[in-house]
Write a protein that binds this ligand. Structure first.
Ligand code: BES
Ligand code: ZN
Ligand code: ZN
Length: 496
């Protein structure tokens, strides 16, 4: 999709649709919308008076052949209350406008920012909104006759003086949204098209193209390094595991500065193993590699955005299958760290592979750890598909992440994790066990298990089991993979 900044005054912009947004207030026809209304002879104000134009969140008002404008259509999207303004709203509005117009076979439109909002951030979130909204899961559809595509979007309302900021925002928004969609493409792939080795190849190709260093550890190397927890999950499958390592190392990184470790769970299919899952809904377990895909996609942005910190990405990739060599409940495994684990449930496999992932990231020099994983059904019970579950061992670090989440428009909610929960995973025959001996608190227990391998490094765990996949289409996002977490992590890394 072509995205440009429009330099003409909005009335003269020739486009299939001019899009702007209205706030929900006693008079929604104000500022730039009042200017449009002035050219149109007061129709908008009449619509507002009659109650047809209210500014309510995501209300769509579509006018054809609007008087006074060169545009073929005028689309006004309700933006809700004017204060407090949040750029996340603009991202959603832009995305919802794109999907609304696309479904009506419109091929291009101009997005007009409201008075006082011609900033770098506005341009960035508009681009993020439209590119992520444009993503469809139609790669394997062979009939593309009725394909509706938006070919180009321009962003209007920037003066010559504001143009440079706008261009910067567009460039930033593009790399972030393209990377989020890159993650979503990976997550969408079914497990027969995306095995651990194929994921590794794709990660390697991306890293090489972006100019990042990359190393793929194969099953032999993984065994040499004694990654027993990862191997225990992989042994039930004929597909060999991979450990994907991508490093961004800027020359500007100062010695002694923090090194961020990003660890992502990539189970390309989770059957549960011998503790097999029910067949209903099992097909969704192709997205059990969303954490890994998201971390790989974060690395993709860094080559362009060039933060000043070093970032090490470690993605353990495997299938979880109930093959003849599969591990069995009760088996005892030795993780890379030397800790012994009693595997009481083979379906709690994410924490096993992350145990080695986290340990390896530390060994490579990461000082601050963040993992992302579709780890537990319990987080879906607690937070549904609305918030990412956040667990942290260091409150200052966790607060930094939560404020990045807010800035990036991703909903995240902190969950408890304290020493009292350690009791639940204390081993009887090994050091620890991979499920709780008590009841409840499943998401915290999963997090607690990973924490065992983080030592005293500040660490954050993101449980994205509920949020990595949209079960229903939203006005601004297609059903399917979301790529959640990417924007927050990019914001956090850029804030160093
Ligand atoms: N991949 C699942 C978690 C999951 C559930 C992801 C729903 C996405 C949607 C994970 O490996 C798993 O099976 N967890 C078990 C842990 C239990 C055995 C302690 C779960 O949550 O049931
Ligand atoms: Zn599982
Ligand atoms: Zn899993």
């Amino acid at each position: 999709m072509q995205i440009t900044l429009e330099s003409k005054p909005f009335a003269g912009v020739e486009t299939e649709a001019l899009v702007s947004y209205v706030f929900e207030e006693s008079d929604p026809v104000q500022g730039r919308v009042a200017e449009i209304d002035h050219l149109g002879g007061g129709l908008l104000r009449r619509l507002a008076k009659s109650g047809e134009l209210t500014g309510k969140m995501l209300e769509f008002t579509l006018l054809h052949a609007p008087a006074g404008l060169k545009a073929a259509r005028l689309l006004l999207v309700g933006a809700g209350k004017r204060a407090p303004w949040d750029s996340a709203t603009l991202r959603k509005l832009a995305g919802a406008a794109l999907r609304y117009l696309k479904s009506r076979s419109v091929r291009n439109f101009a997005m007009l920012v409201r008075e006082g909002q011609a900033t770098e951030e506005s341009a960035q979130v508009i681009v993020e909104g439209i590119l992520t909204a444009d993503f469809e899961s139609d790669k394997y559809k062979t009939d593309k006759k009725n394909d509706k595509r938006i070919a180009s979007v321009s962003i209007a309302g920037y003066s010559d003086a504001e143009r440079q900021k706008g261009e910067k925002g567009v460039a930033k928004g593009r790399v972030i949204a393209d990377s989020q969609n890159f993650a979503r493409d990976l997550i969408n792939e079914p497990s027969n098209k995306l095995t651990p080795s194929i994921l590794a190849q794709k990660a390697e190709a991306m890293a090489k193209a972006a100019g990042l260093s990359v190393e793929i550890l194969d099953e032999k190397k993984i065994a040499e390094l004694k990654m027993g927890a990862l191997l225990s999950v992989a042994q039930g499958s004929v597909e060999p595991p991979r450990m994907i390592v991508i490093i961004y190392n800027p020359p500007s990184a100062k010695p002694g500065a923090p090194v961020i470790g990003l660890i992502g769970k990539a189970v390309t299919f989770d059957t549960g193993g011998i503790s097999i899952k029910p067949s209903e809904g099992m097909e969704k377990m192709k997205y059990d590699m969303a954490g890994g895909a998201t971390m790989i996609a974060v690395m993709r942005t860094l080559a362009t955005l060039k933060p000043v910190v070093k970032v090490i990405c470690v993605v353990p990739a495997t299938e979880n299958m109930p093959g003849g060599r599969a591990q069995k409940p009760g088996d005892i495994q030795t993780a890379m760290s030397g800790k012994t684990i009693e595997v009481l449930n083979t379906d709690a496999e994410g924490r096993l592979i992350l145990a080695d992932g986290v340990h390896y990231a530390k060994q490579l020099g990461a000082t601050h750890l963040i993992d992302a994983a579709t780890l537990t059904g319990a987080i879906v019970v607690a937070l549904a598909g609305v918030n990412v579950g956040v667990f942290g061992s260091d409150q200052a670090f966790t607060d930094k992440l939560l404020s990045s989440a807010k800035a990036a428009g991703e909903k995240m909610w902190q969950m408890p994790i304290d020493e009292e929960y350690r009791e639940f995973i204390k081993g009887t025959v090994a050091d620890i066990q991979n499920i709780s001996s008590g009841k409840g608190g499943g998401a915290t227990i999963g997090a607690m298990f990973i924490k065992e391998f983080t030592g005293d490094s500040p660490w954050i765990h993101l449980d994205i089991a509920g949020t990595a996949w949209n079960d229903d289409t939203k006005p601004w996002l297609a059903k399917g993979p979301t790529g959640v977490g990417l924007r927050t992590l990019v914001h956090l890394i850029m804030s160093y």
